[in-house]
Design a protein. Sequence first.
Length: 356
Amino acid sequence: MSVSRQKKVYLPSATRKNQYITIGFPLTDEYLSKYSSLENCYDEFSKLVYQLAEKQELYNVHVVTTDKLPMVRFHSEAYSLSSNEQLRFFYNPAYHEANSLHSTPGFRARKLRIVFLATGADLRSNAAGFHNKVKQFIAELAPLLPVQDVPIKIRDHQHISYDFFAKAKGLKETYGYKLRAVDSRYQRRHCELPENVSTLNYVTINIPVDRRIKKQLLANDNVDFDSIYQNVYDKFVDATKSKQLKRVAMVANGKLPLVRNSKYEQLTSTDEFQMIGFDPHAQSPDPIGHWDSSKLVDVFRFVIVAGKSDETDEGYGRFMNQVEDALRVFTQAFDIDKEHVDVTLRFHQHISYKAQ
């Protein structure tokens, strides 16, 4: 592969893109005392949010007062699903707009949170402009809050997702991505960020455990799930190590991996989330494995985190090529129906910082 080609990763033209930005601040006793009731606080706050968002041409905005973690995915229909710990938004950025308050009667949130879903076309090209709109929104919102100098935090989430076996399904057309770092992309498009920005770049891989794979894993009436998981884990670690990928994890306990920078955050797993912590500056962290040996899960979930050495001036194209090469090696060990089963890769780019 030529040097210039190594700087890009060639992904299916059907690759989907998402961006969403969350801002939030604590709902303190002092803040709540400015309203006649909890419901009045939520209603007045949401009305103010929608009014200011319209001025900034932010057209898909949600106020969340349930302390549930927002998760965003592409879908041809717009809807939201709520679990005990998650609030999942499904939508198509090209078409869907909304203003919604997500609350539970009588429940006092620890934080007032706003979720801005990107709308329109060319989300990656317009990401900096979207971020600037949210920054301007915050500048107009802050003076209108009943309590001043609230500590607002911004989290900008971007990801692209695609089927690793798209070519086997006849989707031959590809497009080259350099996958530049968010801060460098924003700098080129006149979106200023503070110096103390936390960044995280990583890939998640979902491999469904369908009947063909189950038959392979359970050959010879093997019901020792611990040894099965250990074998899959070892193959994954070997494949990634062969491509110089050092920050890896496997999750096979029914939980959703939630990746965080362990240098800055205390990590505690929950009923729905398996916390995966990596310090991007650590040179050779140990691989991570979490599984439940009492049952066989429906999906193997894998995580590969980019370190500082994986970031180049051109972007994360080389890193993603290493990920794809490792996945080719790894999936050769399994009987996967490539023409019908989707193995979803999702490249995540996150930044976060305190707005004030």
